[in-house]
Design a protein around this ligand. Sequence first.
Ligand SMILES: Nc1nc2c(ncn2[C@@H]2O[C@H](COP(=O)(O)OP(=O)(O)OP(=O)(O)O)[C@@H](O)[C@H]2O)c(=O)[nH]1
Length: 341
Amino acid sequence: MTDDTTAAEATDDRVPVTVLTGFLGSGKTTLLNRILTEQHGLRIAVIENEYGEVGIDDALVLDAEEEIFEMNNGCICCTVRGDLIRILGALMRRRDKFDRILIETTGLADPAPVAQTFFMDDEIASELRLDAIVTLVDAAHVLPHLDEVKPEGVENEAVEQIAFADRIVLNKTDLVDEATIEQVVSRIRAINTPVEIIPTAHAAVELERVLDVGAFDLDRVLADDPKFLTDTDHQHDLSVTSVGLDVEGEVDGDRINEWLGGLLRTRGADIFRSKGILAVAGSDQQYVFQGVHMLLLAEGGREWRDAETRRNRLVFIGRNLDRDELERGFADCLMTAKVAV
Ligand SMILES: Nc1nc2c(ncn2[C@@H]2O[C@H](COP(=O)(O)OP(=O)(O)OP(=O)(O)O)[C@@H](O)[C@H]2O)c(=O)[nH]1
């Protein structure tokens, strides 16, 4: 680094932006919730992009003082990139209200086009500084996704997210043994040799290791990918789709457990991610379920409000999803449903 760049950085008062990425279910929302609830004294504007039609993450992000902008009608790296630019523009007009910006991408996003946004638009580049791309990696599930062979021209998002990372939060180390951690670390190193890897469980990372770290290095990116600033074309794996269900009524607790458990046991290789908020008969509390492949967790959510309509919102993301089958399976769990005997 020259004296000139040091001086330039010292006077750089642009707002730092962190891009939080990582494959489906790797722990992005868990980290976001940590950041939003920790007493760090920072004012963070959050932009959240969710994959799936029914918008569940907004209910799973904890209440916080911070402002949260939802972008649920497309993928941040392609269809709603215009929305991202508009939100950033609106934020810049009231930059006295926050100290930094955090963008959580979907689990299927390519971080490169999101990063490009900070270099290709002059107004944005003059006001905002891409601080780091922080990638969450699920130590228990990442290897098969890295191994997936995609059709010609189609990106492997899990690989891209690691390749572009300035920091890797190697999460869910509680679910695997040392040998698996070593194997995952060596796969990460093969994709992105110099990256700093921070092993964690439940995304318990010290914030100073991921926020305002000045780690994004355009020169390094251009050395790896000379077309980074000019090549805006990328192709998602269209065989990965989502099915969202939004159904009024209450479900039978036993039946929904049995159905979801059986579904993920038998189809969990193809169902990468599932999550939902359920109205279980006889309970005043919402039920939240979180599935990552075959691993299923259920937790109690907030209480239903008095006049609130009991409804169930579920999303499944993966391959070979059959909407009819999922709708029928869920309908059989509803209290009003006639169950075949
Ligand atoms: N055992 C274990 N579970 C974790 C850990 N981190 C997160 N989880 C759980 O994994 C599930 C997915 O975590 P999220 O934070 O929602 O993951 P995400 O990356 O935001 O998921 P998408 O937004 O769907 O891509 C949740 O049930 C979390 O509680 C961890 O380190 N260990």
